[in-house]
Write a protein of this length. Structure first.
Length: 422
């Protein structure tokens, strides 16, 4: 079996196929594991997947340990500070980890039974499973899995593509100096149609700066760091310094999250890779807040997984979790059925209600992620200030976040499979 993409879903699928006695191949376009990035939540049933995989404790040890979320005014005055887990809808064993740490953990779990090929990609797939790689090599596979992310090339090659659902905003993120000496704290700043979030895991660690701006869909080539800078030009607080970092680097200027821009200058998030200890804008990433919501996830020998099949968008905070559950369910189906068609049908039947729920959550959350006008920001600030003083604020926030909890748990994970060959 061939898996395209060594992100979250690809390595986990490889791990489980290995556990079922198969030896999959993973091809990753980037020349090395893309283990940089931003923090991601893993919630609900995806935690059970990590436990069954035997990596929960390792992942838990990498929890970012964020303590506090602070809202500030346009000029940086403190509005309110709230408990981070509570506000972000994490409950029980849920964790928040750097995506790169998770990718590394999953890769290491899969490595003993997996062939990893870096710096290559699928160029074409025949109906019989003959795959030609961009390097010119060719091989035959019984099943080809597209776990190659939001802008999946496999999806296009399999004829499963449909326009992404644009959620009305763009999101950029990059490493920046931790000028505020944030210590396990995240700070949110808002202006009409714009939002900045800034966080760090320690006062001596670099920070990550996320910048979100409302926009109709734009041609991909026009979505550059200069565009992001132009949308925040003239803003106050830390914004001028962030823009200085983003623009101060000589890296390629148009960088999106499909690995494509990495061919010449490879990186975890589309820019040139540096260790996380360095504070720089050169891991800059920008992409639309979009969803993948397509009627079919498979065609012939090809099946899609993770963001390639059912991206709920970063607004949902559920893309990692749905990718993890999908990989577990797909591996189980492939181990149980002799024909790909049956395995794909079982996988899709099990996953659809869960992914539909999370895609719906992403649409809803996207509307709340990008601030409206001054009045709605003022109302939100007022609500945050008074909420903090309300003795029931934990219950109120938990009830507002109930849809996240429900979406994160909207699947009954089937028991591990007995492989057909056993
Ligand atoms: C800023 C931000 C914050 C987020 N926060 C959260 C969160 O809190 N919680 C959450 O659950 N999710 C979050 N997400 C979403 C989450 O990162 C994704 O949903 C998740 O990584 C999807 O996993 P995946 O394996 O499907 O795809 P990815 O992790 O994107 O991996 C795809 C892999 O395929 C490779 N690739 C691309 N094209 C090719 C090709 N042609 N050939 C071979 N390889 C290719 C890429 O290099 C990459 O390694 C966030 C995303 C962003 C951008």
């Amino acid at each position: 079996m061939l898996i395209s993409g060594a992100g979250v879903a690809g390595p986990l699928l490889a791990y489980w196929l290995g556990r079922y006695g198969l030896r999959p191949t993973v091809v990753e376009r980037a020349p090395a594991l893309r283990d940089g990035g931003y923090k991601v939540d893993v919630r609900g049933k995806a935690i059970e997947v990590l436990k069954r995989t035997g990596v929960y404790e390792t992942a838990h040890a990498k929890d970012t340990g964020m303590r506090q979320v602070t809202y500030v005014t346009a000029t940086g005055g403190k509005v309110a500070a709230l408990d981070a887990d509570l506000l972000m809808g994490r409950r029980g064993d849920d964790i928040e980890v750097m995506r790169g740490d998770l990718v590394r953990i999953l890769h290491d779990a899969a490595a003993p039974a997996t062939e990893f090929i870096y710096g290559d990609a699928i160029a074409s797939i025949s109906p019989d499973g003959d795959v030609v790689f961009e390097s010119g090599r060719s091989r035959r596979f019984d099943v080809i899995v597209g776990a190659d992310g939001l802008h999946s090339a496999t999806r296009r090659m399999a004829g499963l593509d449909a326009p992404l659902r644009h959620l009305g905003a763009y999101l950029s993120i990059c490493t920046v100096p931790n000028d505020l000496r944030l210590d396990h704290e995240e700070v949110f700043w808002a202006a009409p149609g714009r939002m900045v979030f800034l966080y760090s895991t320690g006062p001596d660690d670099p920070a990550k700066a996320g910048m979100i701006f409302a926009s109709p869909e734009l041609p991909r080539a026009s979505v550059t760091r200069e565009l992001v800078a132009s949308r925040f030009a003239g803003d106050g607080w830390q914004v001028p310094r962030l823009l200085e970092t983003i623009l101060g680097d000589a890296a390629p200027k148009s960088i999106l999250n499909d690995g494509a821009a990495t061919a010449a200058a490879p990186t975890p998030l589309g820019g040139r890779q540096r260790s996380t200890g360095e504070a720089s804008g050169d891991d800059f990433f920008v992409d639309s807040l979009s969803q993948v919501d397509i009627p079919r996830w498979s065609a012939g020998r090809v099946v899609l997984l993770g963001d390639a099949a059912f991206c709920p968008s970063p607004a949902s905070g559920q893309g990692t979790s749905t990718a993890l559950c999908g990989a577990y369910v797909l591996a189980r189906a492939l181990a149980r059925h002799e024909t790909p068609a049956r395995a794909f049908a079982e996988y899709e039947d099990t996953m659809r209600p869960y992914t539909d729920r999370n895609i719906a959550l992403g649409r809803k959350m996207a509307g709340q992620m990008v601030p409206g006008g001054r009045v709605s920001i003022a109302m939100r600030n007022y609500a945050m200030r008074t909420l903090r003083l309300n003795p029931w604020h934990r219950q109120i926030i938990a009830s507002v976040n109930k849809p996240i909890f429900e979406a994160a748990n909207a699947i009954e994970l089937p028991a591990e499979a007995t492989p057909v060959a056993a």
